[in-house]
Each structure stands twice: as structure tokens, then as C-alpha cells.
Ligand binder design. Structure first.
Ligand SMILES: [Mg+2]
Length: 225
């Protein structure tokens, strides 16, 4: 069983919003009265999603993603280039991966699956960051192999990252299943690799892809497996 991590098990929205609040306080950003904390969070997610989309499709590298993120966010909010705090990107990367909140039913479902399945991660994230998130949220011990865009050199939706994961784990395609929240990477990727998949769709987004299974709560995995 291959799980995506961000937004599927690790509660990315809550955890990153907490880290963003700490970054906002650390750099005393309330001094900029021309935007609110809420606007900072909104623009963070807009820019972050945009950059991750580009990364997922091979149009951006890791370093650019990390270096450009807060420059783009603060510029969009009206902060002058020379006023952007030095070290803000690093501070965020220090704080976010140690946040521990998981999506509801994460622990229950991992406990349920553990006796009968080998469980692994396939993530487009980075080795160090994803390892921190797994440790902080105390779910690291459920997973055998952690396949990332770092370690595989490929990114979902490329089929090669799934093939790499199967070689690494000795899994066969007929027995493997991918679970993830992102149609564009997890589900399209599993389809590219001809792997069965479960689309985790907690927001009940409307879509037109033909998926193997679809759930809106992790608890529903128990109805499938
Ligand atoms: Mg995800």
C-alpha cells in the first residue's frame, strides 16, 4: 500500500497555517499594517500551491521553490523587496515539518492496515522534510519505505516514481494500491503506472476522472480493504 503524505495523512493546511502564524510573529509582521495575518495565510496558500504545481510538473526545482516562495508572497502583499526579512524561508522550513496534526482517522486506519499490509509512502516532497513530518506526527514506524522526489529523481504523476517504488519494495502491480488526495499527481500518476488507486476527496471536489475507488474520510478505507 502506497500512501501520499501531505493532505492525505499529515494535515498540511492546519500544520502550515500554525507555522505561518509563528513566522508572522517571529518577524513582527504586524508592523506592516497594509495586510492582515489572514491575508498572509491566504496568499501563502495561493503562492505555495502555484509553486508546488509547477514543481510537480518539472517546471521548477527544489531550491527555486524554497527561495522564491516568501519573496513572491510578500511582494504580492505589497512589501518592498529590500524589506523582505532575511532567513524567512529557512524559519518556515524549521517550523512547519515539526508540526504534528494528522488527518482524522490516520492512526486508526494505519493500525487497521498494519497487520495485513506493507505500508509505504510515495511523496513529491523532500527526504529531510518528509522524515521530520513522519517523526513529529508519530506515524513513522508504520512505514517501510519512504519514496520521495529526492530519492527517486522522479515526481508523481510520472510513472517512473511508482515503478521505482515497486522495485524498492518488491511489490507487484496486481497487489499494489495508491492512496492520495491529488488527482493531478497521485491519481493520474497511479493511472500512468496502471496501479489501482483510492482518491481521498474530503472536500468532495467534482471531477470527471474514472477512479478505482473514491472516499471522503480515511475511515472508509475499511470498507475497501
Ligand atoms: Mg497530497
Amino acid at each position: 500500500m502506497f500512501f501520499d503524505l501531505d493532505h492525505t495523512l499529515w494535515d498540511y493546511d492546519v500544520n502550515t497555517s500554525e507555522a505561518i502564524l509563528e513566522v508572522y510573529a517571529y518577524f513582527d509582521m504586524a508592523k506592516w499594517s497594509f495586510f492582515t495575518f489572514e491575508q498572509f495565510v491566504t496568499v501563502f496558500h495561493e503562492v505555495n500551491n502555484f509553486l508546488w504545481d509547477r514543481f510537480n510538473h518539472g517546471k521548477l526545482d527544489r531550491l527555486t521553490l524554497r527561495n522564491e516562495r516568501f519573496k513572491m508572497i510578500l511582494t504580492r502583499l505589497g512589501v518592498q523587496a529590500h524589506e523582505i526579512p532575511v532567513g524567512i524561508g529557512e524559519k518556515y522550513l524549521e517550523l512547519a515539518p515539526i508540526k504534528a496534526k494528522v488527518i482524522p482517522y490516520t492512526l486508526e486506519i494505519l493500525e487497521y492496515l498494519k497487520p495485513n499490509y506493507n505500508i509505504h509512502i510515495i511523496s513529491n516532497g523532500f527526504d529531510d522534510v518528509q522524515a521530520s513530518k513522519l517523526l513529529a506526527s508519530k506515524i513513522h514506524h508504520y512505514f517501510d519505505k519512504i519514496v520521495t522526489s529526492d530519492s527517486s529523481k522522479f515526481r508523481k504523476p510520472q510513472k517512473e516514481i511508482f515503478e521505482h517504488a515497486m522495485t524498492l519494495t518488491g511489490a507487484s502491480l496486481a497487489d499494489a494500491i495508491m492512496i492520495g488526495d491529488n488527482l493531478d499527481t497521485d491519481i493520474s500518476g497511479a493511472q500512468n503506472a496502471r496501479m489501482d488507486h483510492i482518491f481521498f476527496n474530503p472536500k468532495k471536489l467534482v471531477h470527471h476522472l474514472k477512479v478505482t475507488y473514491e472516499i471522503n474520510s480515511l475511515q472508509q478505507i475499511m470498507n475497501i480493504l
